[in-house]
Ligand binder design. Structure first.
Ligand SMILES: C[S@@+](CC[C@H](N)C(=O)[O-])C[C@H]1O[C@@H](n2cnc3c(N)ncnc32)[C@H](O)[C@@H]1O
Length: 186
């Protein structure tokens, strides 16, 4: 995309908001591969997908600094607000009864060196109640959750994408949606 086109697209998209702006900036200042963070445009797209799909449970493979997780959690928060369900579900896993329907995103990061940076941003975000942050290999840990997912965002190691895809597929509800980043990269 040309710089001019990107400027046009961004100026006609919803703003990312102050918190995400600061997170993106901090990510690029304090981490080595800051460009891995989703950023304004992709972040708004992810939030929009969540609002379209209206998932109860989302799986993310590859948290990095937490930018995309917060964007998807914003979508869950909008849904909760519109249906009056804020704050009803506290633990996560298997609860899916009518009184316990607040949406959750389980996001996995394999690189434990990211935890000190990422956890405070996730826990301090206005949508923290929708986020379960886990350090570990999603390919190993996600199946242990016992959660059926309505949506997944695969954004981990490209060399193990097929393995991750096979893992995710088994955890999806029939008719669920899998988004995979960078599928045409290189
Ligand atoms: C492109 S970054 C994620 C960016 C983030 N989703 C965003 O859009 O802001 C990829 C991250 O996935 C992590 N990762 C790679 N393989 C993983 C796996 N199997 N389980 C969990 N995290 C993984 C990497 O350590 C890296 O931090």
């Amino acid at each position: 995309m040309t710089e001019e086109l990107e400027k046009y697209v961004l100026s006609h998209s919803a703003p990312e908001g102050d918190y995400l702006y600061r997170l993106y900036r901090a990510t690029n200042i304090h981490t080595i591969h800051g460009r891995m963070a989703s950023g304004h445009l992709q972040g708004r797209l992810l939030k929009m997908f969540v609002e379209m799909i209206r998932p109860k449970n989302i799986l993310e493979v590859g948290t990095f600094s937490g930018y995309s997780a917060i964007c998807m959690a914003e979508g869950l928060a909008e849904i909760a607000k519109s249906t009056g369900q804020q704050g009803k579900r506290t633990d996560g896993a298997k609860e899916s009864g009518d009184n316990n329907v607040i949406g959750k995103i389980w996001t996995f990061e394999i690189n434990d060196e990211m935890e000190d940076f990422t956890r405070p941003w996730l826990e301090g975000s206005p949508v923290a109640e929708h986020i379960e942050f886990r350090i570990g290999d999603a390919n190993v840990e996600a199946p242990k959750l016992g959660v059926e997912f309505d949506m997944a965002f695969v954004d981990g190691d490209k060399r193990t994408y097929v393995e991750t895809y096979e893992m995710v597929l088994k955890l999806m509800r029939p008719g669920g949606f899998i988004l995979a980043d960078n599928t045409l990269w290189d």
